[in-house]
Write a protein that binds this ligand. Structure first.
Ligand SMILES: [Zn+2]
Length: 458
């Protein structure tokens, strides 16, 4: 009997264990499913709110290449824009060179003169005279300030143009390749262009009054502003041969991460940094360009607006990285701009309501700006423009975004009481293949730089 009981007990334990195991497994599955549903919901909410298409250039034949179009979206309750983009200004704390030769080569004449004045050596006196002479040659520049823009560069054209993932046609029109960008730089230099900081185009007083600022340049030089839109490394680009994200190397230089490795030629920023190191005469007083980021998939490849999908340590890592990359960009002469949070179609078709605009700017100011730093530059999604008295434009300016950059092939700058607008020319496949004259008019014949691995333009 005892043996029987013992046996029956023994026999009966197994099902209990199995049942307990099943309960635990089921609980885990349910927990996982809830988490997954939450994640999918969060993503869907963002997706419905966004469109990851690059800009439509002016006159573009409506060739919207939207990856996910969110036209039907109505904004959620707008979050309050507590920050003000204009507070404290956004002049980058760019590091100036520390030796006299580098200061002179980079047009930091006052700084060179100050440094050399403290040194009584014959060599220093000679350099001091040189710096003074070069400073005296600086001439007021009254012509056009040129402004060209790119999207993140195509690193691997075989992936971008394979029609797997995002359609090749979109990339062929709106993107530029690493090959092309590297070929353009020496041509800009040869034609006397010099990188110029857009914030040095205007004086803005404490009341927000904007006036045109005098530009002094070495004779013959032409100021060039470069901007890069959508520096977000969106999910849709992942299989298509772009960098994955930005990072910073041990010397404080911004690097691109490509296939998990740090590289110096995965996007405009490290390529331009390296080119200026080699040709300091290409940058006026350390200027580089403007890096514009949206917010719906975070910034610079870090999904800081989807934090709930990540562990606590991953969240901290990503937030710290965005801050680190931003600090490194600013320290190396780059400006950072708001490119809208949503990049939603309501910007493009101008149906955007005030509620939608408040939602968009509020999220950028509250969730992106704390990590990328304050900025007064807004690079409009799709290159859209508003009338000066449009209440939406008034709201944008009231938030402190008083340098507004749409798209326009003649790169005109206009000064108003409380803001400046400057149009930009897209140096992408669309312009190079469909409107080469827009580029050759001011710069050079695009056939000199066109990547042979591009497919024919439809
Ligand atoms: Zn864009």
């Amino acid at each position: 009997m005892a043996k029987h009981l013992a046996d029956s007990k023994k026999i009966n334990i197994k099902p209990y264990l199995i049942a307990a195991g099943a309960v635990i497994l089921a609980a885990l599955l349910i927990f996982g499913a809830i988490k997954l549903i939450g994640a999918v919901k969060a993503r869907a909410a963002e997706k419905a709110d966004t469109a990851s298409a690059p800009e439509i250039a002016e006159d573009a034949p409506g060739a919207q290449t939207a990856d996910d179009s969110g036209d039907a979206q109505t904004a959620e309750t707008p979050s309050d824009a507590t920050g003000n983009a204009d507070e404290g200004g956004n002049k980058p704390a760019a590091k100036t060179p520390t030796d006299a030769d580098a200061l002179i080569a980079g047009y930091f004449y006052d700084e060179a003169i100050e440094l050399l004045s403290k040194d009584g050596s014959a060599e220093a006196r000679e350099k001091l005279e040189k710096a003074k002479a070069l400073k005296a040659q600086l001439t007021p520049y009254t012509d056009k300030v040129y402004h060209v823009f790119f999207h993140s560069l195509i690193v691997d054209t075989s992936l971008a143009f394979d029609n797997k993932g995002h359609p090749a046609q979109g990339y062929n029109e709106w993107m530029t390749t690493v090959y092309e960008f590297k070929k353009m730089l020496p041509l800009f230099l040869e034609k006397d262009f010099i990188l110029f900081d857009i914030t040095d185009m205007c004086d803005i007083d404490a009341n927000g009054k904007v006036t045109q600022k005098e530009i002094l340049l070495p004779p013959g030089k032409k100021p060039l502003v470069i901007s890069i839109d959508d520096v977000n490394y969106y999910d849709y680009m992942k299989p298509d041969g772009f960098a994955e994200r930005l990072d910073v190397d041990e010397n404080g230089n911004v690097v691109t991460i490509v296939n998990g490795k740090a590289t110096y030629d995965g996007d405009v920023m490290p390529i331009l940094d390296a080119f200026v190191r080699e040709h300091p005469e290409f940058s006026y007083r350390g200027a580089k360009g403007i890096v514009a980021t949206t917010g719906y998939q975070g910034a610079f490849g870090y999904r800081i607006t989807d934090l709930e999908l990540y562990s606590e340590s991953e969240q901290k890592y990503m937030l710290d990285k965005v801050k680190e990359v931003s600090d490194a960009l600013r320290a190396t002469g780059w400006q950072i701009a708001n490119h809208s949070y949503t990049h939603n179609q309501y910007w493009n078709n101008k149906t955007m309501t005030m509620e939608q605009l408040k939602y968009d700017t509020g999220r950028w100011i509250n969730e992106i700006m704390p990590y990328v730093g304050k900025t007064n530059i807004l690079i409009s999604p799709f290159g859209v423009t508003f009338d000066q008295d449009d209440e939406r434009y008034r709201y944008i300016v009231s938030l402190g975004f008083n340098i507004y950059c749409p798209v326009g092939s003649n790169m005109n700058a206009r000064y108003f009481d409380d803001n400046m607008t400057q149009e930009r020319l897209n140096l992408d496949g669309y312009t190079m293949m469909k409107h080469p004259e827009r580029m050759s008019k001011y710069f050079f014949d695009p056939s000199l730089v066109l990547d042979p691995s591009r497919p024919p333009m439809k």
